[in-house]
Write a protein that binds this ligand. Structure first.
Ligand SMILES: Nc1ncnc2c1ncn2[C@@H]1O[C@H](COP(=O)(O)OP(=O)(O)OP(=O)(O)O)[C@@H](O)[C@H]1O
Ligand SMILES: [Mg+2]
Length: 388
């Protein structure tokens, strides 16, 4: 067995584990709606999660993420709509027969039981044989590197260890799918970052479907095969992290992914001779051919232009695409990169540059926008005007 120092051992033991009772877990949610009284928690959500996919449900607090997960687990009953796991309608299937395991934010470990018994108890309830139980636990303990704490009580564990035990309790059940509701939110920032990577490796090794809920965009970006973005109970977009980042469906999605967030600037499209320009009170940008072609047919001239902080660069004065120099309001050094805030006459823009640009607050700079990466949105609906 290969053990990477400080990490979890993820090789030899895992292979046998994978082959034990692996079942498919393809999940389809169709027109799922859930009311709590008059509160619409989930609004007509339709999405499909592939077998062995790492899917993340992402959105702000109260957007319905946990409710969707609870409906998948069978802990909440949909008001309408259907859930299929491996093509089977789940309506009449109780939680324990759904071939899934849930990992909660607060871990829900039994406080009076040892780690070993926390892992074995649910299996005893499922009438798994004693030999099988000890085999499954030693495999899970090896994968999660919790072998030396099996006799401890949850109160004697660190947050990270408790989190691994909670995962272990899901793993020993050999589920086809893991449902995880913000499982890292109780960990400190450093451990959370580390555990992110470990969860992703774990997913690659155990070949199960993961449905992971978070409101943290960087967590979602770093782990997901695909992200489903939710707002007010509705699904706005589901795609790979980079597709969503580059082609957000609307201004909400565009703003939700990326840090610092995308700059959104209101303005007008105008044509001048052969060129097509975006023009705001303080910026004028010549559009590239592709954007000009796509936006040329628009009836109204009003648009919102979106430009991500990393797509603005600082230039020597003579090469600027913006007429007047802009004042630097804020300089935030992050080590590998620096965030600057500059003000135009009307807007404040955030930009991200590599390394130390050697610029002080109060300095005047000229900027250039990467015109190939600009986004344009309909000011009335917020919809992306360039996506198909
Ligand atoms: N048991 C309940 N009774 C009444 N309303 C509920 C219940 N559970 C959730 N809600 C409401 O449904 C909506 C969605 O809640 P949900 O817990 O699914 O959001 P969430 O996206 O998981 O949020 P968070 O990120 O804060 O955990 C919210 O408006 C919430 O207040
Ligand atoms: Mg929640």
């Amino acid at each position: 067995m290969i053990v990477i120092k400080g990490g979890w051992p993820l090789s030899a033991g895992v292979k046998t584990f994978v082959n034990v009772n692996h079942t498919m877990a393809h999940i389809a949610i169709e027109n799922l709606t859930k009311f709590f009284g008059t509160t619409l928690a989930v609004n007509d959500v339709t999405l499909a999660i592939k077998d062995r996919e790492f899917a993340v449900l992402l959105g702000p607090s109260g957007c319905g993420k946990s409710t969707i997960l609870n409906c998948l687990a069978g802990l909440e009953k949909p008001s309408s709509g259907k859930i299929f796991i491996d093509g089977r309608d789940m309506e009449k299937v109780p939680p324990h027969k759904r071939n899934i395991a849930m990992v909660f934010q607060n871990y829900a470990l039994y406080p009076h039981m040892s780690v070993y018994n926390n892992l074995s108890f649910p299996l005893k309830m499922l009438r798994v044989s004693g030999d099988e139980i000890s085999e499954r636990i030693s495999r899970a303990a090896r994968i999660l590197q919790i072998e030396n704490i099996k006799e401890r009580k949850p109160s004697e564990l660190s947050g990270g260890q408790r989190q691994r035990v909670a995962l272990g309790r899901a793993i020993v059940r050999n589920p086809g799918a893991f449902l995880m509701d913000e499982p890292l939110s109780n960990l400190d920032a450093a451990l959370r970052n580390e555990t992110r990577g470990e969860l992703k490796k774990l997913h690659a090794k155990i070949n199960a479907t993961f449905v992971y809920v978070t409101h943290d965009q960087s967590e979602a970006m770093s782990m997901a095969d695909r992200i489903a973005i939710l707002k007010d109970g509705a699904l706005l977009q589901m795609d790979t992290p980079y597709r969503i980042y580059r082609e957000p469906a609307d201004t909400f999605v565009a703003s939700f992914l990326g840090s610092p967030p995308i700059n959104l600037i209101r303005g007008r499209l105008i044509s001048r001779g052969n060129t097509f320009l975006f023009n705001s009170d303080s910026l004028e940008v010549v559009l590239n051919g592709k954007a000009a072609k796509r936006l040329g047919d628009r009836s109204g001239p009003e648009v919102i232009m979106g430009v991500r902080p990393e797509h603005i660069s600082i230039l020597p004065p003579e090469r600027s695409s913006v007429e007047t120099p802009l004042e630097v309001l804020l300089v935030e050094p992050l080590g590998a990169e620096t965030i600057l805030e500059v003000s135009t006459r009307m807007e404040k823009l955030k930009l991200k540059v590599m390394g130390d640009p050697g610029i002080q607050v109060g300095a005047r700079v000229r900027i250039k926008l990467n015109t190939d990466s600009l986004l344009f949105f309909d000011p009335a609906t917020g919809k992306n005007l360039l996506s198909t």
